[in-house]
Every structure is written in C-alpha cells, then in structure tokens.
Design a protein around this ligand. Structure first.
Ligand code: NAD
Length: 298
C-alpha cells in the first residue's frame, strides 16, 4: 500500500481520497481551506497543515485544484511540492487546467528531477464518490504504468491519452462537448414543461430516445427527477459554473491556436458568463437553466 500526499480537498478531492483510504492507502491531505481538511478527515484522510507535511514520505502526490494558476503555485512556489517532495515521488495533477500550465508543470517537474503526469478526470462528484471516474493520463508509458494501480480505486476507466498534456487535451474537448449537451438539456427541460409535459415523464422518454445524454441522465436540472442532480439541492455544486466557464474557455482558447471555430461552445460560454455577471458563479453549472427560466426551481 502507498503513502499518498493529496493537495486540494474540494468537491472532488474529498470523495477521491475517501476511496484511496478505503483501498488501504495512507493519505496525508492538505487544503488552504481548513473546513475542507476537516471534512476530509471523515473519509479517513490524515489532516496536515502544509504542503510540506502532505508530501513528506509520499510515494505519490496528487493535486486536485481549481485552475492552472493554483496547480503552478502549489508545485512551483516557495514552500511548494517541488521544494519539499523527495525526487522519487511521482507527481500526478488531476485538476483540469490550461495547456500552458500543464506543459510548464511537466517541464518544471522534469528539471527538478521528478516524474510527472497530467491526469484529469471525468464523471463528476457522483463518479468520484462511486470510484468510477474516467482518468485521462498524459505522460510517459513507464509513469503511466506506475500510477495505474494507485489510480484504480478511484476509477472506472483509465486511459493513457498520450504524451505530455494529452490528458488535458482529452479532458478539455470532453468538457466542451458536455457543456454543449447541457445547454440542450436545460433548454429542453424548460420547453418540455412549457409544452405541459411532467418533468419526470419527459425525462423517462428522452432517456431512452435520441435526446439522451450524460447531463440529461445525471444532472437533469429540475428537482425530483434524478437523485444526483444539483437541482435537488438549491444548485449547490457539484460542478460549479465557474469551473465549467473555465473549461469551455480553455477549449475556445485552444481552438484559436489551431484555427478552429467553435460556434456552439462560444454560445454556451456566453451563457455561463451571464450567470457569472449575475453573481451566480458559485452555483452548479446546471443553473444554466436560470438563463432560460429565471424562476427555475432548485
Ligand atoms: P473545488 O473548488 O471544490 O476544490 C478545489 C480545492 O482546492 C478547494 O477546496 C480549494 O480550497 C483548494 N485549493 C485552492 N488553492 C489551493 C492551494 N494553493 N493549496 C491547497 N488547496 C488549494 O473544485 P472541484 O470541483 O473539486 O474541482 C477540482 C478540479 O477538478 C477542477 O480543475 C475541476 O475543473 C476538475 N473537475 C471537477 C469536477 C466536478 O464535478 N466538480 C469533475 C471533473 C473535474
């Protein structure tokens, strides 16, 4: 069994570490928010008060942070992972971050003598809790094989997407597709109700018809239809609007560098920006339904 350092105990980090502990690993966890660390203790994480303590004696260090700037700071700043970890430690960043940050992390880790993988995930907080996340890993064959057994308790699928930053490439494209599907689901949910259909009746039809999709089945944005939906819980995340806005923005920025136009992604990006402008960035991304129906319950 491995000793694992874990930095970032938010909506995803907490359930992911719980599964590692259940599999018999020792997890030393740190977060800047003390309440997040306290909550992770319930899942069996050893709470520590600094990055240095989290990485001490670790075989593997995972980071699960909001954005590229956080992942860079946690690794590269004074007091960070590269300063305090032993160079034999395998570093795995599971945050969804921009390509420049992912490449910069690979480079800085390599130059400091570390092995590094980008390994973002898909499946949301329900997949994190169930240990069925899809991992998309970028880095060398050797490091991928070393990481795989430790990733397994958190994963339903583990893919070696390719070399450096390939995991981020797969994740960014995936989430762009998710955002576009979700926009269809929120528009459909409102329209179905306005046409007089019971939400659950329409959901049951669409789920086995060609309008089915992952956000429909997992995040249906009307309360009382799908247990795993944030609409049952006042749109508390789940997956925040701010993080979805980041991911769609990463796809649009990346697409520009390749000369690709993304009209549907650009539309959803504007819809997410609208929620942010209304101070709703902290709500679950399914609050997109509020742009279509401001009275939508959640
Ligand atoms: P979150 O905001 O709930 O958690 C991130 C945690 O990182 C927070 O607890 C925050 O306090 C902590 N943090 C920030 N800066 C830190 C620092 N310098 N040192 C230590 N801790 C720090 O976010 P989340 O929903 O857990 O998502 C994490 C990552 O996973 C994001 O990149 C997101 O895009 C991605 N992701 C999220 C989901 C989802 O459904 N929530 C699904 C797949 C991928």
């Amino acid at each position: 069994m491995a000793t694992i350092g874990w930095i970032g105990l938010g909506n995803m980090g907490r359930p992911m570490t719980k599964n590692l502990v259940a599999a018999g690993h020792t997890v030393n966890g740190y977060d800047v928010v003390p309440e997040a660390v306290e909550a992770a203790k319930e899942g069996g994480v050893n709470a520590v008060g600094s990055i240095a303590e989290a990485v001490a004696g670790a075989d593997i260090v995972f980071t699960m942070l909001p954005k590229g700037e956080h992942a860079r700071a946690v690794h590269m700043d004074p007091g960070g992972v590269l300063e305090h970890a032993d160079a034999s430690t395998l570093l795995i960043d599971s945050s969804t971050i921009d390509f420049d940050s992912a490449r910069a992390l690979h480079k800085a880790a390599r130059e400091a003598g570390f092995r590094f993988l980008d390994a973002p995930v898909s499946g949301g907080v329900t997949g994190a809790a169930a240990g069925t996340l899809t991992f998309m890993v970028g880095g060398s064959d050797e490091d991928f094989e070393r990481a795989k057994p430790v990733i397994e308790p958190m994963a339903g699928n583990i893919f070696h997407a390719g070399g450096e930053a390939a995991g981020q490439a797969a994740k960014i494209v995936n989430n762009m597709q998710l955002a576009i599907s979700l926009q269809g689901v929120v528009e459909g949910a409102v329209l179905a109700q306005r046409f007089g259909l019971e939400p659950k009746t329409f959901f049951d039809i669409a789920k086995v018809s060609s309008g089915d999709s992952w956000p429909l089945r997992t995040w249906y944005p009307v309360p009382g239809v799908v247990d795993t939906a944030a609409s049952n819980n006042g749109f508390q995340p789940g997956f925040s609007t701010m993080l979805m806005h980041k991911d769609v923005g990463l796809a649009i920025e990346g697409a520009k560098t390749k000369g690709v136009d993304l009209p549907a992604a650009s539309l959803v990006y504007e819809q997410l920006q609208k929620l942010i402008d209304e101070d709703l960035a902290g709500l679950d991304t399914t609050a997109l339904i509020k742009n279509i129906d401001p009275e939508a319950e959640g």
